[in-house]
Design a protein around this ligand. Structure first.
Ligand SMILES: Cc1cc2nc3c(=O)[nH]c(=O)nc-3n(C[C@H](O)[C@H](O)[C@H](O)COP(=O)(O)OP(=O)(O)OC[C@H]3O[C@@H](n4cnc5c(N)ncnc54)[C@H](O)[C@@H]3O)c2cc1C
Length: 376
């Protein structure tokens, strides 16, 4: 059940509700004002303590558990504001617990807000061979391509999944390696944006020399590390989806009770009530799944399959809820810039990002049939 929160969680929830009400002013259509407002929110978030909830203690943070973060992310998404991403400070992500060069040159600057990383996992369908790294002395020589690197145009470095091998071709396993964007042999061959507003690049790596110290963890751990990081992000995406559902439910409730040109508010009509009921039922179930999985995430158990189930269900629910809201509102909701038009584009990408729904379904069944994993 979504509710049944501890005293501490209730206090955190109330503080975030108050923070949003106080700081998320109506959006102005002026880039300077938006930038200034984001900076104000960052400062206010530091003061309120939210900024530090995604940061480890050793970097001055006060990290919250996954359950609390999920609840707060859902609340933020339910505010449907462009300022949401200014609230939490940068987290360590894949660089978590790195030492030596990786810590000094990447993790620490990231935590200070001086550097920004991107994630290179997806490859183009046309790739002749997945990105590979050949060991040569103290270095790896990386060759290949990544087709969908969000924020890659401005990132200082990219964490890239590679297949590592010895010079004689003997396979060593997968590895996550940190590559400076400015390294020799790195080129950006395409800059593009997507319908929900994201900015991305596709990158080529041509014999890029990467020091062995830039391997995150060990060679052989690449795929589990990448998937571990994706697992956390899938829960974030699910929280975003159910937060969006909540914003839409409130928007539609207000609309159904407002005067309508027919002389009768739409909310008085049974056919409309049935649609609204479905939106509420699906959102209720999605939130229940989200909170159950977020609670499980606080334990040491393997919850890969539960996270997949939650991500698929919550994002597909958000797609149906926004679609139904658009239908109930009519043509005005299709006008460019209308909040539902914007959300329609946003929720569409959620079913692909961090794993297409059908691929996740296949992974979930593999987890059950071949590994005996996953609850219902
Ligand atoms: C907004 C956004 C941001 C992104 N950011 C990043 C990023 O920062 N870094 C990164 O690496 N990637 C990123 N991606 C890419 C994203 O991870 C991929 O788009 C996603 O994993 C799907 O992969 P794909 O696009 O290659 O589609 P595919 O995997 O090729 O899938 C296409 C279709 O084929 C189906 N399909 C594929 N294989 C099978 C099969 N075996 N059986 C049945 N059906 C199958 C899928 O279900 C899907 O419907 C981003 C994507 C989006 C939309």
């Amino acid at each position: 059940m979504p509710d049944n929160l501890s005293e501490a969680m209730l206090a955190s929830q109330a503080a975030m509700v108050e923070f949003i009400a106080r700081n998320f002013k109506p959006v102005v259509d002026d880039i300077d004002s938006v930038t200034a407002q984001r900076e104000k929110i960052r400062q206010a978030s530091k003061q309120a303590g939210f900024f530090y909830k995604t940061q480890p203690k050793e970097f001055g943070g006060n990290p919250a558990g996954i359950f609390e973060l999920t609840m707060l992310r859902e609340l933020l998404a339910a505010a449907n504001s462009p300022y949401t991403s200014a609230v939490f400070g940068p987290g360590p992500g894949l660089l978590h617990a790195t030492e030596g060069v990786l810590r000094r040159n990447y993790l620490e600057p990231v935590m200070r807000g001086e550097k920004r990383g991107a994630f290179g996992f997806t490859e183009p369908d046309s790739a002749q061979r997945p990105t590979y790294a050949v060991s040569k002395g103290d270095d790896l020589l990386v060759t290949g391509q990544k087709s969908y690197v969000t924020g890659g145009a401005t990132a200082d470095f990219v964490s890239v999944l590679v297949n590592a091998e010895q010079a004689d071709g003997v396979k060593l396993g997968t590895a996550m390696v940190v590559i400076d964007r400015e390294s020799e042999g790195v080129t950006i061959d395409r800059v593009f944006s997507t319908m929900e507003g994201g900015g991305h690049v596709s990158m080529q790596f041509n014999q890029v020399r990467v020091p062995m110290e830039h391997v995150i963890g060990k060679i052989g751990e690449g795929m589990p590390r990448a998937l571990g990081s994706i697992g956390n992000v899938r829960l974030m995406v699910a929280a975003q989806a159910t937060g969006i559902c909540q914003w839409v439910l409130q928007y539609i409730e207000d609309y159904l009770q407002a005067p309508h040109r027919s002389g009768t508010p739409l909310g008085d009509r049974e056919g409309i009530r049935l649609r609204f009921a479905d939106m509420r039922i699906e959102t209720y179930v999605a939130r229940s799944a989200l909170y159950r999985t977020a609670r499980l995430a606080e334990t040491a158990e393997n919850i890969v399959n539960e996270t997949i189930a939650t991500k698929v269900f919550c994002t597909e629910t958000a797609g149906r809820v926004v679609d139904c809201a658009l239908q109930l509102l009519g043509g005005q909701a299709l006008v460019t810039g209308h909040p539902l038009e914007q959300l329609y584009r946003q929720v569409r990408s959620l079913r692909l990002v961090e794993g297409a729904s059908d691929l996740l379904r296949l992974n979930l069944v593999k987890g059950k049939l071949e590994l005996g994993l996953g609850r219902v």
